[in-house]
Design a protein around this ligand. Structure first.
Ligand code: SF4
Length: 603
């Protein structure tokens, strides 16, 4: 099929075996690329009950359908695995140019299993893929790794994806980095690379990506860019990037501050304007993206792409840190060490509140800049208190107490949106396939940004969340960045232009549902049920003290009722187990349905 490369690279690190195989073409129509294809291969290849840090786990790299073409915002690379933080399936995408490079090297997927005897990197060119020694990179940050590998390979153009010390040390909040500032951040996925002794992948490709009809394709892309991409509605990406979200959240009273104790920040707006008005030097973009949402800034002698909204608030106001330079230093350290800034900020705020409440003293209070700046290194190298912080908020709350204000879902730390002022977002967090994630469905758009839906009711939210999950799943499987808010009709048109298929808008929604169910099947087989689809107690029982959402909590009974409605609409039972009939209806392939049936019958 056009726009795909027809090959998958399989690497078995224990034996050192590297083989190419044909892409299962029958899966491409059903699961596309990125998230969908990654989910399908993972479900095929591994037992969902395995230890995520064992050699049996796989880590799968899948570019999107449009990667390597001139379709804007389509160059990302998805990374899928079983998460060491949650035990669920997890996927996320990394920007930059690495997704396109995987296609240029000739692959629809790179699947890595096993464990090397010592630290290695994988060097891939269209002629060969080699496992090479990487002991000289041990302990190196992602920035140094990028520079050193390029020098060693004598190639400035080679694209590199790597882990820092956090991944090597199996930190549960470790992220994978490419081109210094592009991360797949969530679920501790870099610890899977670390557990395999895989420090980096360096890729250099020069194969062509072909599309269905090049002349009509070029014409259509030009027209679509003018009409649907470079529009006033999308101009925020270039002017402010993700920082605009913080203003909306603050105005809606749901900007997490002091470990989610309140939803109004006294400092966010100032930090936002300082970054854009005084510190911004330019924009950075991923491969072929006309939106260019990355803010490249300089603060004194520190330069950085970022901080994104999530980081600015989670390591800023949520920890009561209000000085931009301090936040930038912390952000840069996390990027280099390979730490997810959302989870890191959440953990730091949690231990600050633990001390405030006299539950346990890790020696740091809200606003303590000196100790705050020491934490990224301690966590990444598991030094001193860092060894326990590296295990995440759930671990800390189970060991020391304070579960009611441990802000995580299924072990993944909650990002920078408080659902007490956006009840749909609460349901989205609870039902997300990888724990507390804002990128599976984002009802905040309707509830807080556009204000078209009442944020303080569960009425209609089950359907709103389901539609959002299907939309994002289709979009992240075909492979378009979150920040281009195109509709499913246009997404289907782009897919048809590139591949020559005849996909409709309805097919897209069904495809999104099909892939969403693959994730649920994996998680059910891994042991997840209704009891896991819940939220931190603080959201149910502690009213927000100020702002537009003052006095609000998520009513637990109504939440449970809505969860049942959500399961019913999905054709799942009361425990959240998908029915065979629904799986057949949405055309999940029969091998998956049979495998799932065998699992259910064995219980
Ligand atoms: S909008 Fe931003 S994150 Fe998305 S592809 Fe473009 S530059 Fe990358």
């Amino acid at each position: 099929m056009k726009s795909y490369m027809g090959k998958v690279l399989r690497v078995e690190l224990s034996s050192g075996k590297v083989v190419e195989e044909k892409t299962k073409e029958e899966w491409l129509n059903k699961y596309y690329g990125q998230k969908g294809l990654g989910f399908r291969y993972l479900l095929e290849d591994i037992d969902p009950t395995i230890d995520p840090l064992s050699a049996e786990n796989e880590i799968i790299f899948t570019p999107g359908v449009f990667a390597g073409t001139i379709i804007s915002s389509g160059g990302k690379l998805a990374i899928t695995s079983k998460s060491p933080a949650t035990g669920t399936i997890t996927d996320g995408s990394v920007g930059g140019s690495i997704g396109a490079e995987v296609k240029y090297a000739g692959y629809d997927a790179i699947i890595i299993k096993g464990k090397a005897e010592h630290l290695v990197y994988l060097y891939i060119t269209p002629n060969k893929a080699e496992i090479r020694d990487a002991e000289f990179l041990r302990g190196k940050g992602t920035h140094q790794t990028d520079f050193i590998l390029k020098k060693k390979l004598k190639d400035e153009e080679v694209k590199i994806i790597s882990i820092g010390p956090a991944g090597e040390n199996l930190v549960k909040i470790a992220c994978i980095t490419s081109e210094l500032y592009r991360q797949q951040g969530r679920g501790g996925i870099a610890a899977v690379m670390g557990s395999k002794n895989l420090k980096a992948i360096a890729i250099k490709g020069w194969k062509d990506v072909t599309v269905s009809n090049i002349s009509s394709f070029l014409r259509a892309v030009g027209e679509i860019n003018k009409k649907h991409l470079l529009t006033p509605d999308n101009s925020w990406t270039n002017s402010d990037g993700t920082l605009v979200f913080g203003d909306f959240m603050n105005d809606g009273g749901i900007l997490p501050t002091r470990n989610f104790q309140t939803g109004v920040s006294p400092t966010y707006k100032r930090l936002h304007s300082e970054m854009i008005d005084k510190r911004k030097k330019g924009n950075k973009a991923c491969f072929g993206c006309a939106l260019g949402c990355g803010n490249y800034i300089q603060v004194d002698n520190i330069d950085l792409e970022g901080p994104e909204y999530e980081t600015l608030n989670m390591v800023g106001g949520n920890c009561e840190i209000s000085d931009l330079k301090t936040i930038v230093q912390f952000n840069k350290a996390c990027d280099d060490l390979g730490l997810d800034t959302i989870s890191t900020g959440n953990i730091v705020a949690y231990i600050m509140e633990m001390r405030e409440r006299g539950i346990h003293d890790f020696g740091i209070s809200f606003g303590d800049v000196e100790n705050y700046l020491k934490l990224p290194e301690k966590i990444a190298y598991r030094k001193g208190i860092g060894n326990e912080l590296a295990e995440g908020v759930r671990f800390l709350s189970e060991k020391y107490g304070g579960k009611e204000f441990a802000m995580h879902v299924k072990g993944l730390e909650v990002p920078s949106y408080d659902p007490r002022g956006s009840w749909g977002m609460g349901l989205a967090y609870a039902t997300s396939d990888r724990g507390a994630c804002h990128m599976r469905a984002f009802p905040i758009t309707e509830e807080v940004i556009e204000k078209t839906v009442d944020p303080f009711t569960f009425e209609g939210k089950a359907k709103l969340v389901i539609d959002g999950q299907h939309y994002n799943t289709a979009k992240f499987s075909i492979g378009i960045c979150d920040f281009w808010a195109l509709d499913l009709n246009l997404l289907a048109r782009l897919l048809n232009m590139a591949t020559g298929s005849n996909t409709t808008e309805e097919d897209m929604a069904k495809g999104g549902e099909r892939i969403w169910n693959l994730g649920r099947i994996f998680n059910v087989m891994a042991g997840f049920r209704r009891k896991d689809d819940t939220l931190p107690e603080r959201f149910f029982s502690e009213p927000l003290p100020e702002g537009p959402a003052k006095g609000k909590v998520l009513p637990k009974k109504e939440f449970e009722k809505t969860l049942s409605e959500y399961y019913q609409l999905r054709g799942w039972d009361e425990e959240g187990v998908p029915s065979k009939e629904r799986l057949q209806e949405i055309e999940v392939d029969k091998e998956v349905i049979e495998k799932f049936e065998r699992y259910l019958n064995r219980r």
